[in-house]
Ligand binder design. Structure first.
Ligand SMILES: CC(C)(COP(=O)(O)OP(=O)(O)OC[C@H]1O[C@@H](n2cnc3c(N)ncnc32)[C@H](O)[C@@H]1OP(=O)(O)O)[C@@H](O)C(=O)NCCC(=O)NCCS
Length: 429
């Protein structure tokens, strides 16, 4: 599958639609450094970043060569080598309820030059990604988003939510259990392989997490080239009492006018076990000369309120949509996850793009679902985006019904799909 997704030809429907507007859709040869650099520069510009240095380009090329990389080019611009649209994709193992890892079409770096916005370039790019994934039999597409108003139109629904916290560490004391194991400072170069293995364990342990590519893993273990705060990064590892690496925290201490009131900005807290989680939280909350710990992209069930002496000293300052899921193959996707309640349900899925629409009978027995097409009348009718929203166990059905994004027996759908532990994605891609 890895080779196929890289070499699968460009989607003809999107290529034709763009050609009508004088634009060319093309796969980028990532072994051609000059062409790839132009694509990377356009991507940085699209996300309002600075001009990447040669060092940054070299590093990113090495990390991202194996991704399917698409560009849109306007050949009417004299001597233009820079694409006016970018996207890349790869097949990422997505952890689903029950613990299986489902190869999912991860889409990233979707940008369109402001000179060419709102001419349908993103529509062509997304259509191309979804049709290619579908043609290759990939059952699910996933992405994280800059703005939550964009991707619903292509059948994606918000499937995990993430919380952001500010903790007043002068106000709270540790109220959790005695902590065990060893904490020690380390450096990214020394810890890289271990850190990737810890991340693998973290990702495998929760529905909604994806196996991180080396690029995404290394970015949270330590700063990559061009990070203006690189010299401020700190990395602390947690090892269990028997010496097993089970977690780490990477963070930056921000300058403060008052030397006893610094803020710690956590880049990433990885905990493969409860012991690692409590030890690392305790470490953060008890730092001297620090008054605030800021962390985001945590699950909606982060247990922090129960670990501090003063619940209001640990504030959730935001909760927002994070992973968006687009189901492409209903029987394959529903059959891949496990369920916490047995039962039967007939669902009718509508899909404007034609990939997933149909009426399906689910029979869940022993936590496993068999899914087949049916003509029986549906218990629930929902657009494919709503199915994406409930797929990973998030109990959204009642809210979707309230919003008119699902009709029928929402409670029955919730009972089958929701999980006791909410899904979480703790990284961006
Ligand atoms: C988001 C972005 C890729 C859209 O590209 P685009 O080529 O202008 O989009 P299209 O012309 O194909 O628009 C397709 C549809 O999406 C809508 N749309 C696109 N971007 C939107 C936005 N930011 N907010 C609301 N609607 C948007 C368009 O209005 C259009 O709607 P319609 O089908 O109802 O007419 C582009 O604005 C961009 O590069 N933004 C900055 C980088 C970014 O945020 N990328 C997304 C990363 S997750």
């Amino acid at each position: 599958m890895t080779e196929t997704y890289l070499t699968q030809p460009i989607d003809e429907q999107s290529a034709r639609a763009l050609a009508e507007g004088g634009l060319r859709l093309s796969l980028v040869d990532t072994s051609d450094d000059a062409a790839f650099d132009e694509w990377l520069r356009a991507d940085h510009r699209g996300f309002l970043g600075g001009r990447p240095s040669d060092e940054t380009l070299r590093e990113t090329r090495d990390y991202q060569r194996d991704l399917r990389t698409t560009g849109v080019y306007d050949d009417s611009i004299p001597a233009a080598a820079s694409p006016v649209g970018t996207a890349n994709s790869w097949i990422a193992p997505l952890t689903v309820p029950g613990g299986a890892a489902v190869g999912s079409w991860a889409i990233s770096n979707v940008t369109v030059a402001p000179t060419h916005r709102r001419r349908g370039i993103a529509r062509a790019l997304l259509g191309a990604e979804l049709r290619t994934a579908h043609a290759l039999g990939v059952p699910i597409a996933i992405l994280t988003v800059s703005e939550s108003v964009i991707y619903g139109r292509w059948g994606f629904g918000p499937a995990t939510f993430a919380s952001e916290w500010r903790v007043d560490t002068k106000r709270v004391r540790w109220a959790g259990p005695a902590t065990t194991g060893t904490l020690s400072f380390t450096e990214p170069e020394a810890y890289r392989e271990t850190g990737r293995a810890v991340l693998h364990a973290v990702m495998a342990s929760r529905a909604g997490e994806i196996e991180q590519t080396p690029y995404h893993a290394d970015r949270v273990i330590g700063p990559l080239k061009g990070n203006s705060l690189a010299d401020k990064y700190r990395l602390v590892r947690y090892d269990s009492p028997t010496g097993e690496p089970e977690g780490f925290v990477s963070y930056v201490v921000k300058d403060a006018d008052d030397f006893v009131r610094h803020t710690v900005d956590v880049t990433y807290l990885a905990a493969a076990t409860d012991e690692a989680l409590t030890a690392l939280w305790r470490y953060l909350l008890e730092l001297d000369l620090v008054a605030e710990v800021h962390i985001d992209t945590r699950g909606v069930d982060e247990p922090l309120h129960h670990l501090v002496s003063d619940v209001r000293g640990a504030r959730v300052v935001g909760v927002q949509d994070h992973l968006w899921v687009r189901i492409l193959d209903v029987p394959a996707a529903l059959g891949a996850r496990r369920y916490e309640q047995d039962g039967e349900l007939t669902i009718e899925v509508t899909d404007d793009m034609g990939f997933a629409g149909g009426r399906y009978r689910m029979r869940v027995s022993g936590g496993e679902a068999t899914v087949e097409s049916t003509t029986a009348s549906p218990d629930v009718t929902l657009p494919v985006a709503s199915l994406g929203s409930v797929y990973l166990g998030h109990d959204a059905a009642r809210h979707l019904a309230l919003a008119g994004k699902l009709t029928g027996d929402a409670d029955a759908l919730d009972r089958v799909f929701r999980t006791a532990v909410p899904p979480r994605l703790s990284t961006w891609f």
